[in-house]
Design a protein around this ligand. Structure first.
Ligand SMILES: Nc1ncnc2c1ncn2[C@@H]1O[C@H](COP(=O)(O)OP(=O)(O)OP(=O)(O)O)[C@@H](O)[C@H]1O
Length: 788
C-alpha cells in the first residue's frame, strides 16, 4: 500500500493507492487506485483483490474491489514461521509446530472460527490461547468478517453497524443465533434475520426464531403507532402472521406462548396486565413517574415571604404596558410558586407573553438581572431548552435567554440506543423552562427528568393539541391528563385581534369543526379546490405568483403528509426546485444524488441530529457551494450547506443526511414557523387525515396560508380526532400520586413458575394471566440494568 486517499471509518470505505505485484489485466503502470470496503490495510502486507477495472471519467483507470483477502501464510512451514514470529510474543517454534500439526493447512480459519479449539493444544495456557486468537482476529478477522457479512447479503453500512456492535464476536453471534440481530441492531428487520437463519439451517420452529418475531412485532407496532405497549391479542396475531409469512410453516399457539413467557421471564419483553412492552419504554415510563414523584414530593408551594405576588404582577403590567387576563395572571403566580408547572394553550393565546412575565418576575424575586449579560456569577440560573434547534432559537429570540435543544442540554447526541443507560449529568440552575413539549418522546422525557436536581423549578410549555412526538408516547398529553402537576390552559386568543384569520381557523379545527368561511378567501388565507392530480399544477401557479411578488424560498413552505404520489413531498420538491432555483442558463453547479439533483441555492432539510456540527433533525439551510472531487482534499464530491448558526460540509457518503426542503412533512415542520404555508389535503392521504396533523400544519403559518385540495379531505381530517396512543404513563403517574409508596419498592422476589410446554392450556389469556409481576427483584435497581 502506498497511500490512503480517503477512508470513512463508519462503513470501511476506502480509496487507496497500491503497488501492483501481479495482475490479470493489461496495465502499463506498476500502481493502481483501488476503491471498496476494506478493513485495516497496512503497508508491507500482500493482498489479493477480486473486482473490476473501470475507467473513471475524472480519475482514469481504477480497480473497484468486490472482495479481497490478505495473503495468508500458507503451507505448513509458512504457518509455523508466521505463528512463531514476533507478532505472537511468547509462542515459540515448538508450540507453533504443535498448533499446525493439529489444525493442518486450515490453521488460521479454524482458530478464527472457534477460539476454544486452541484448548486442544497441550501446554498452551489460556492466556496464550487468547493472545493467538486476538492477534489473528486483528490481522485477519476484520476482513474475514466483512467478507462473510457481504456473503450473507448485508450492505456495507449494515455490515459496519453489526461489526461495531459485536466486534470480534460478530460471526460467532450470528452463527449461534441470527435473530439476536433483531434485538441488538437498529433497523434490522425480522425477515432479513430470518432469511439468513434459513440459509444457516435454522429450522422454522426454532425458539429463537419465535422470540425474534415477538420482539420485532412489539418493536414495529410501538414505533409505527407511537404506542408504548402492545395488547396481547394483537401481539399474538401479528407475530404469527410475521412468522408464517416469512417462511411457509405453521407455528402452534403453544410454541408462541412458551417463547413469550420465556421472554417475559428474561425481561426481554415486559408484561403488565396482559400488555407487552419493550423494556426501554416500560422503564422509561416508570422512570418518568419516579422522577416526578421525587420532584413533586418536595414542598409543593414555593413561598416568597413578605412578597405579594398579585402586587408584583400589577407592577410588572405597568412596566410592560400589558394587561394580563385573569387566567394569564393566575398562570404566572402558579408557575412562580410551583416546583413543577405546565402551561398549555393554542397559538396566539399568550404562552410566550406569560412566559416572559414568569421569567421577569422570577428574576425580580431571586435578585437576578433581567438581562443575562449583566449576570457575572457563573452560568445564568434560568435554563431554556426545546426539542428542536429551531424551537430553541425562537425561544432565545423571544426571551433573550440562551436556549438549546434538550439533547444538547443533556449532552446527548440523538444517536443513543434507547436501551442504553446513558449517563446525563445533573443540570445546574434554579429554573428550567422547556418549550414545545408536545414533541418530547417517552425516552427523552425520562432522560430529562432524571437530570433535574432537587430544588430546580421546572416549567413545561406546549400545545397539547399538536401532533405527538415522532418517537413513542404522548407525554405532554399524559402529564396533563394525569393532573399530578399544577397546570393551566390558556384559551383566550389574542393574536386574532391583529386581524389574523389563520389562528381562529386553527382553533376551530382544534375543536373539531371546519368553519363555514373555510372556502371563502380572507386577507391572509385562501382555499383552492382541486383533485390530487391538479395539486402540482395548482401549486406551481401559486408559487410562480408568489415569486413574482417577491416571496423567496425561505418564505414559502409546502407541507404535506406523504412522500410518494403526485401530491407527495418528493414530486412537489422537484417542482419547487424548478420554479425557485432553476438552472436555465446552466450556470449553477449541481450534482445528482439518487432521484434528486442538488444545486447551489437549494433549500435543504437536515434529517438527523449531528450535535458535534451544531445541526439537528429538522434544521433548514441553503446549499452555498458544491465542490467536485478533483478540487477537494479527500478527492470526493462535497456539498456545503449554510444553516442559521453554522456551515456544514457533507462528503458524498453523507448526502443522505439531508434532503430538499421546499416541501417537507408536517412532522418535520413541528417546532418551526414559516411566513407562507401551502398545505395540500386530498383523500389520497388516507389515514394521515387526522385533526392534530391538520392543526399542526396550519399553526406553522405566521402570515399567509394557502390551502388546496379536497374540502371533504379537510373536513374529514378536522372531524377525525384519531386514536390516542396507548401508553401506561397516566396510570403510573396516578399510582404514585395516590399512594405514598416509593416507586421501586415491590413485593419480595419470588421464583417464577417455569413454563409447562407439554400440557399447556392453549388459552392466551390463561397463560398471560399468570400475573407475572414485572417488578420482581427490582428494589433499588435502575431500570437499565435489566436491559442488554
Ligand atoms: N393579555 C394580553 N393582552 C393583549 N395582548 C396580548 C395578551 N396576551 C398576549 N397578547 C398578544 O397576543 C399575541 C400572541 O401572544 P403570544 O405570542 O404570547 O402567544 P403564544 O401562545 O406564545 O403564540 P404561539 O404559540 O403562536 O407562538 C402577541 O402579540 C401578544 O402581545
Amino acid at each position: 500500500m502506498k497511500a490512503i486517499f480517503f477512508e470513512n471509518p463508519s462503513n470501511f470505505y476506502k480509496v487507496i493507492l497500491l503497488e501492483i505485484e501481479e495482475c490479470n489485466f493489461k496495465t502499463e503502470k506498476d500502481e493502481i487506485v483501488i476503491t471498496g470496503n476494506f478493513g485495516e490495510i497496512t503497508t508491507d502486507t500482500h493482498y489479493r483483490f477480486v473486482g473490476n477495472v473501470i475507467n473513471h471519467p475524472r480519475y482514469g483507470t481504477q480497480f473497484q474491489a468486490i472482495s479481497y483477502e490478505r495473503e495468508k501464510p500458507t503451507g505448513k512451514n509458512g504457518l509455523i514461521g508466521y505463528l512463531s514470529s514476533d507478532r505472537f510474543p511468547g509462542i515459540g517454534k515448538r508450540t507453533a509446530e504443535k498448533i499446525v500439526e493439529h489444525f493442518g493447512e486450515n490453521t488460521i480459519d479454524a482458530i478464527l472460527d472457534d477460539p476454544d479449539s486452541l484448548a486442544a493444544i497441550s501446554g498452551l495456557t489460556k492466556q496464550k490461547q487468547e493472545l493467538i486468537h486476538d492477534v489473528l482476529q486483528q490481522s485477519q478477522g476484520t476482513e474475514k468478517t466483512l467478507i462473510e457479512l457481504a456473503n450473507y447479503g448485508f450492505s456495507n453500512n449494515m455490515a459496519a453497524t453489526i461489526m461495531n456492535f459485536y466486534k470480534t464476536e460478530t460471526l460467532k453471534t450470528i452463527r449461534e443465533n441470527p435473530y439476536q440481530l433483531v434485538e441488538d441492531i437498529e433497523g434490522m428487520g425480522f425477515r432479513t434475520a430470518d432469511r439468513l437463519a434459513e440459509d444457516l439451517g435454522f429450522p422454522a420452529d426454532d425458539k429463537n426464531r419465535i422470540k425474534g418475531a415477538l420482539l420485532a412485532t412489539v418493536n414495529e407496532l410501538c414505533l409505527s403507532n407511537g404506542d408504548t405497549y402492545v395488547e396481547s391479542e394483537e401481539l399474538m396475531t401479528r407475530a404469527l402472521q410475521l412468522l408464517e409469512s416469512s417462511r411457509r410453516f405453521i407455528i402452534e399457539d403453544s410454541q408462541l406462548i412458551e417463547a413469550l413467557v420465556e421472554m417475559v421471564q428474561d425481561m426481554k419483553i415486559i408484561e403488565d396486565q396482559k400488555r407487552f412492552a419493550l423494556p426501554s419504554l416500560y422503564f422509561s415510563e416508570e422512570g418518568i413517574a419516579g422522577s416526578l414523584d421525587r420532584l413533586l414530593n418536595r414542598k409543593q408551594a414555593i413561598e416568597y415571604p413578605g412578597v405579594d405576588l398579585e402586587k408584583e404582577i400589577h407592577k410588572m403590567q405597568k412596566e410592560l404596558g400589558i394587561t394580563y387576563d385573569a387566567v394569564q395572571a393566575h398562570a404566572i403566580t402558579q408557575a412562580i410558586s410551583s416546583a413543577f408547572f405546565i402551561l398549555t394553550g393554542g397559538p396566539g393565546t399568550g404562552k410566550t407573553t406569560v412566559l416572559n412575565g414568569i421569567v421577569k418576575l422570577f428574576c425580580e424575586l431571586n435578585g437576578l438581572p433581567a438581562n443575562p449579560l449583566e449576570y457575572h456569577e457563573g452560568i445564568f440560573p434560568i435554563i431554556m431548552a426545546a426539542p428542536t434547534g429551531r424551537a430553541a432559537k425562537r425561544m432565545n429570540e423571544m426571551t433573550g435567554i440562551q436556549s438549546s435543544t434538550i439533547h444538547r442540554l443533556l449532552g446527548l447526541t440523538g444517536q443513543e440506543n434507547p436501551n442504553e443507560d446513558v449517563y446525563t449529568a445533573e443540570l445546574e440552575g434554579k429554573l428550567l423552562i422547556i418549550d414545545e413539549a408536545s414533541m418530547i418522546d417517552t425516552w427523552l422525557l425520562h432522560r430529562l427528568l432524571k437530570s433535574i436536581p432537587p430544588g430546580m423549578q421546572v416549567i413545561i410549555v406546549g400545545d397539547k393539541d399538536q401532533l405527538p412526538s415522532v418517537g413513542p408516547g404522548q407525554v405532554l398529553h399524559d402529564l396533563l391528563a394525569s393532573a399530578v402537576i399544577p397546570q393551566i390552559e390558556l384559551e383566550q386568543i389574542y393574536r386574532q385581534a391583529g386581524g389574523s384569520s389563520i389562528i381562529p381557523l386553527a382553533h376551530d379545527i382544534k375543536n373539531g369543526k371546519l368553519p363555514a368561511d373555510f372556502n371563502i378567501n380572507q386577507s391572509d388565507r385562501s382555499y383552492f379546490p382541486c383533485q390530487a392530480a391538479q395539486i402540482e399544477p395548482l401549486i406551481r401557479i401559486v408559487v410562480e405568483k408568489a415569486k413574482a411578488k417577491g416571496f423567496t424560498s425561505k418564505d414559502i413552505q409546502i407541507l404535506a403528509p406523504m412522500y410518494k404520489g403526485p401530491a407527495g413531498i418528493n414530486a412537489l420538491n422537484t417542482m419547487m426546485q424548478e420554479i425557485l432555483n432553476p438552472n436555465t442558463d446552466n450556470k449553477r453547479r449541481e450534482v445528482k444524488h439518487f432521484d434528486f439533483v442538488y444545486r447551489v441555492g437549494d433549500k435543504v432539510l437536515q434529517l438527523v441530529n449531528q450535535p458535534e456540527l451544531n445541526v439537528f433533525n429538522g434544521d433548514i439551510g441553503e446549499i452555498t457551494s458544491i465542490q467536485l472531487a478533483k478540487e477537494t482534499e479527500d478527492k470526493v464530491d462535497e456539498i456545503t450547506v449554510l444553516f442559521d448558526a453554522t456551515e456544514v460540509t457533507y462528503q458524498k457518503t453523507d448526502w443522505s443526511k439531508f434532503t430538499l426542503a421546499y416541501c417537507c412533512s408536517i412532522h418535520k415542520a413541528q417546532g418551526s414557523e414559516f411566513n407562507m404555508v401551502i398545505l395540500p389535503m386530498v383523500k389520497q392521504y388516507g389515514r394521515m387525515l387526522r385533526r392534530n396533523l391538520l392543526y399542526t400544519a396550519i399553526t406553522r403559518s405566521k402570515n399567509k396560508l394557502i390551502l388546496c385540495g379536497d374540502e371533504g379531505a379537510f373536513r374529514f381530517a378536522t372531524e377525525n380526532a384519531g386514536d390516542l396512543r396507548r401508553t401506561m404513563l397516566v396510570e403510573k403517574l396516578l399510582r404514585n400520586s395516590e399512594s405514598d409508596k416509593i416507586i421501586f419498592t415491590v413485593d419480595e422476589p419470588k421464583a417464577l413458575e417455569p413454563s409447562k410446554p407439554k400440557n399447556f392450556t392453549l388459552s392466551i389469556d390463561m397463560v398471560l394471566g399468570q400475573e407475572i409481576n414485572p417488578m420482581i427483584g427490582m428494589e433499588g435497581v435502575t431500570p437499565y440494568q435489566f436491559m442488554k
